[in-house]
Design a protein around this ligand. Structure first.
Ligand SMILES: [Fe+2]
Length: 182
């Protein structure tokens, strides 16, 4: 524990630690809600994807998200907490954009695939930011055990993001350009 100084009294140090712990718990609850919400949406996106590779990527991500939910539950347990979700407004908004994309783009088109990649990459970037912050916060709190388990998910989210970029670059977006030219 830090030695109290005149500029940093003991009570202040304790307050900061408590606040940081609350922040960590709050952010865990936020991403827990986000992951669960996403698993309900993914099957729709999976069905809507035209490219088999994209459908496969979405299916993989759905399976990963289920594992990630289990990891979050483990992180709650490690902190001697009951897993609890807190509505994530950002994820709700990002999923709404996916639903809008499904309405706006014709079914079976590569343009829809390209649009879905954009939507899901936005989701991935949110998740990368969330898990990246959580890992850092857990380390700051001296919870390397919690940081380590969340880091596994962070790596998966980054890999999914890279895979989606590869799919976009390797053809799906190009197919959409060809469609336009027809
Ligand atoms: Fe995730």
């Amino acid at each position: 524990m830090a030695t109290p100084t005149r500029s940093q009294p003991a009570t202040k140090v304790k307050d900061d630690r408590t606040l940081l712990k609350e922040l960590l718990i709050d952010e865990l609850r936020d991403i827990y809600w986000a992951e669960k919400y996403l698993t309900k949406t993914m099957p729709r996106l999976l069905k809507a994807a035209t490219s088999p590779q994209l459908a496969h990527a979405f299916e993989n991500h759905l399976m990963q998200s289920l594992d990630q939910i289990t990891r979050l539950e483990l992180a709650f347990e490690m902190m001697e907490l009951h897993p609890r979700a807190r509505k994530c407004e950002a994820m709700e908004g990002l999923v709404k954009e996916c639903q809008q994309m499904l309405q706006d783009m014709p079914k079976g088109s590569s343009a829809l695939d390209a649009g879905l990649i954009i939507c899901v990459q936005k989701i991935e970037h949110y998740e990368i930011a969330a898990y990246g912050s959580l890992v850092q916060l857990a380390k700051t709190m001296g919870r390397k055990d919690v940081a380590d388990i969340l880091h596994l998910t962070l790596v998966e989210e980054k890999e999914t993001d890279e895979l989606l970029t590869e799919l976009a670059v390797s053809g799906i977006n190009l197919d959409a350009v060809h469609e336009e030219g027809q």
